[in-house]
Ligand binder design. Structure first.
Ligand code: SAH
Length: 249
């Protein structure tokens, strides 16, 4: 797995260097350097401290998760379009939400909103297993493809409505939403293990980042700061989420 990831990383770096070559004037701009600068200037400088989270962000080739047209901007301090009207979150937000989950090596984590698969790839380096649900089949298919190319083998991508979660695989040690529902979906709270944490943007229009924890005494909820995510859309019908298939690519 390590060899595959390394080969992919070199491929990504070369690709980015080629794309940025003209503008950079041969200053040796490459993905590894851009990624290091991203972690230092956008993430560490703003207070994210968990060394495991920082190491994961240093390791995942973000440029592989964005469309070729915006690849040169992969390490910018901003969200980027990934197709289907969706976005990959700003690196800092990915870092903060990942740190708030307090990921442990043995954890099983549910992500709602696979999008590009980048957040799932970051989590995959920190926990035992990631289950990620995406409503849009083509995005789920593409994310699965990129994850496979990078040799990430502990992420399972599902197509379906994240409002329902994955009851058959619950409970989860952590649940992360990367699309904003108007309220915390009750089914997801039910799927949270004792001691587990759910991190989510909540609200319509004005959204805030919320952290819920299931303690022995019940659910404890904390509201952090305003955020802006794409809305979490209600899926049609009531079929449970299904594993992504080649036809979804
Ligand atoms: N985590 C992603 C960013 C996701 S953007 C990344 O790292 O790239 C939010 C994603 O949530 C979009 O891809 C959108 O299609 C998806 N989404 C919206 N409503 C959803 C729902 N009900 N269930 C699952 N996914 C949903």
């Amino acid at each position: 797995m390590r060899a595959v990831a390394r080969a992919a990383w070199i491929g990504g770096a070369l690709l980015l260097a080629a794309a940025a070559g003209g503008a950079a004037g041969g200053e040796g701009m490459d993905a590894g350097r851009l990624r290091e600068a991203m972690v230092r200037e956008q993430i560490e400088a703003r207070g994210v401290r968990d060394p495991r989270v920082l190491a994961a962000l240093r390791a995942v080739p973000r440029e592989r998760f964005v469309p070729p047209a915006v690849r040169a901007e992969a390490y910018d301090d901003a969200p980027l379009p990934i197709g289907e009207g969706q976005t990959i979150s700003q690196p800092y937000i990915v870092a903060v939400m990942t740190e708030l989950l307090r990921p442990e090596p043995g954890d099983r984590v549910l992500e709602v909103g696979t999008g590009s698969g980048y957040q799932a790839a970051v989590l995959a380096r920190l926990v035992a297993r990631v289950y990620s649900i995406e409503l849009v089949p083509s995005l789920a298919g593409r994310a699965r493809e990129v994850l496979a190319e990078l040799g990430v083998s502990n992420v399972e991508v599902f197509v379906g409505d994240g409002y329902r979660g994955l009851p058959a695989l619950a409970p989860f040690d952590a649940i992360l939403l990367t699309a904003a529902p108007p309220e915390v979906p009750p089914a997801l709270v039910e799927q949270l293990a004792l001691g587990g944490r759910l991190v989510a943007p909540i609200g319509t229009g004005e959204q805030e980042l919320r952290v819920l924890e299931r303690t022995a005494a019940g659910i404890v909820s904390e509201t952090l700061f305003p955020v802006r995510f794409v809305p979490m859309i209600r899926g049609e019908g009531d079929a449970p989420a299904r594993p992504v298939a080649p036809a979804d690519d």
